[in-house]
Design a protein around this ligand. Structure first.
Ligand code: SAH
Length: 370
C-alpha cells in the first residue's frame, strides 16, 4: 500500500526527474491537501509522537514563567506581541496563558497573542483550544505578516519540522542526496549535483575529507526562518526562546527519520502519513540569531534549562495536592522532560534564546556572583 502522496511524488519524478530531499520533505509534510501537517493528527498517545507540552502542564508553566521574566527584563513593553510559531494543538499557549493569568496578570494584560501556523487544520484546533480564555488572538501564516511591535516569541519543535538538504561523499566530492525512482518504480535515494551552495563548515573539512559514503545534512530553510525571526527581534525589540531536538555543534551524520505511531519507519515509504524530522543544528541557527546584533544565549540542554526554571519546585507543589499515584505520575513526567535516559528528552533536546538586549534569565548566563 502506498499513500496518495507517494503516487503523486513518483509521477512528478517520472515526469521531471529526481527531487531534492528538501522538496520531498516539503511535499510530505506541507502539501495543502495530503501533507502530514494538513491531514493527520500527529500528537499524543493516539498520534505519532508526543511533544513536551503534551507530556505535562509543567512545561508550559515554566515557559510562561520565562515569558513573564523576559517581559520584566525588557522593561515591560506594553503592548507587546506574545507570539508562538508552530503551536501544534495549542497546548503550550494554553498553559502559558493560564500561568500568566495567575502569576503575571500585568504581563498578560499587555500581551497581544499571535499564532504563526502554516496548517489550516492545526490553526482550527488552536482556536478551539484557546477560545475559553476569551482573549483577542490573531493567527497568521507567516512571521512576516505580524505587526511591528516588541515581541516575545516561543517555538517548541518548530525547526525540526522544517526541511533539510543532504549530501553524500563520493570520489572526494559532495553530491546532493536526491529522491528518484529505483527498482519497480519505488522511491529510492540517488545522487546528483549539489542543488545549491554548501555550508562553510562542510567545505572546511580538511584536505583528506570525510570517508566515502559519509552523509552530511544542513538546512537553508531553517536558517532562513531563524534569520527572519532574528531580524524581527532586532528591529522590533524583544526576545525569543527556541526548543528543539538537536546538537550544539555542526557535524556530519544522517539524522533524517520518519515516525509513525510512535515507531520509526523508512523515510521514503509513507509521505504524508509519517512525520519527518532531523536533528536541529543549533550552532547554525544560533549564528543566524546573532548575525543581526541580537544577544544569543549559550545552548543549554532542555533538562538543565527546566531545572534552572524551577521544574522540581513546581513538581513538588503539584505533587503536594495529589495521592501517591499522582506523585508517581509527576515524577515520571519530570524524568521524561529533564532526564537523560532512553526515551527522555532532557539531554537530547536543546534550548537557545535570543534577545535584542542582554537578559539574565535562563538559558542566558546568570549574573556573576549568583
Ligand atoms: N509546538 C507544538 C507542535 C510542534 S509540531 C508542540 O510542541 O506540541 C510543528 C508545528 O509547527 C506544527 O504546528 C506545524 O504545522 C508548524 N509549522 C511547521 N513549519 C512551520 C512554519 N514554517 N511556520 C509556522 N508553523 C510551522
Amino acid at each position: 500500500m502506498t499513500t496518495p502522496l507517494y503516487e503523486s511524488i513518483a509521477e512528478d519524478i517520472a515526469a521531471s526527474g529526481p527531487m531534492t530531499i528538501e522538496r520531498f520533505w516539503q511535499i510530505a509534510l506541507f502539501d495543502r491537501k495530503h501533507g502530514y501537517y494538513s491531514a493527520r493528527e500527529p500528537f499524543g498517545r493516539s498520534g505519532d509522537f508526543t511533544t513536551a507540552p503534551e507530556i505535562s502542564q509543567m512545561f508550559g508553566e515554566l515557559i510562561g514563567a520565562w515569558i513573564a521574566g523576559a517581559w520584566d527584563q525588557l522593561r515591560r513593553p506594553s503592548p507587546f506581541l506574545l507570539t508562538e510559531i508552530g503551536p501544534g494543538r495549542g497546548t503550550l499557549m494554553a498553559d502559558i496563558v493560564r500561568t500568566l493569568r495567575s502569576a503575571a496578570p500585568a504581563c498578560l494584560a499587555a500581551a497581544r497573542i499571535r499564532l504563526v501556523e502554516t496548517s489550516e487544520r492545526l490553526a482550527a484546533l488552536q482556536a478551539v483550544r484557546l477560545e475559553p480564555f476569551d482573549l483577542p488572538i490573531r493567527r497568521v501564516r507567516r512571521i512576516g505578516e505580524i505587526e511591528d511591535l516588541p515581541m516575545i516569541l516561543v517555538a517548541n519543535e518548530l525547526f525540526d519540522a522544517v526541511p533539510i538538504r543532504q549530501v553524500v561523499r563520493h570520489g572526494g566530492r559532495w553530491h546532493e542526496r536526491m529522491v528518484g525512482l529505483g527498482e519497480a518504480g519505488r522511491l529510492a535515494f540517488l545522487t546528483g549535483r549539489p542543488a545549491g551552495p554548501l555550508p562553510a563548515w562542510l567545505i572546511a573539512g580538511g584536505r583528506s575529507g570525510p570517508d566515502e559514503g559519509t552523509i552530511a545534512e544542513f538546512s537553508p530553510a531553517r536558517e532562513g526562518l531563524a534569520a527572519e525571526i532574528s531580524q524581527r527581534i532586532a528591529r522590533q525589540g524583544g526576545a525569543g526562546l527556541f526548543i528543539d531536538y538537536g546538537h550544539a555543534r555542526s557535524a556530519v551524520g544522517d539524522s533524517f527519520q520518519a515516525v509513525r505511531e510512535h515507531a520509526f519507519v523508512p523515510v521514503l515509504d509513507d509521505p504524508g502519513e509519517a512525520d519527518l524530522t532531523s536533528h536541529v543544528d543549533f550552532s547554525a541557527i544560533s549564528q543566524r540569531f546573532s548575525a543581526c546584533g541580537n544577544t544569543v544565549s549559550p545552548i543549554e540542554t532542555q533538562g538543565a534549562f527546566l531545572l534552572r526554571m524551577g521544574l522540581l519546585e513546581r513538581a513538588g507543589a503539584l505533587g503536594a495536592r495529589l495521592d501517591e499515584a499522582g506523585r508517581e505520575a509527576i515524577r515520571n513526567d519530570v524524568q521524561r522532560l529533564a532526564g537523560s535516559g532512553e526515551g527522555d528528552m532532557g539531554a537530547l533536546f536543546k534550548v537557545v534564546a535570543a534577545a535584542h538586549s542582554p537578559l539574565t534569565i535562563p538559558p542566558f548566563a546568570a549574573p556573576a556572583g549568583d
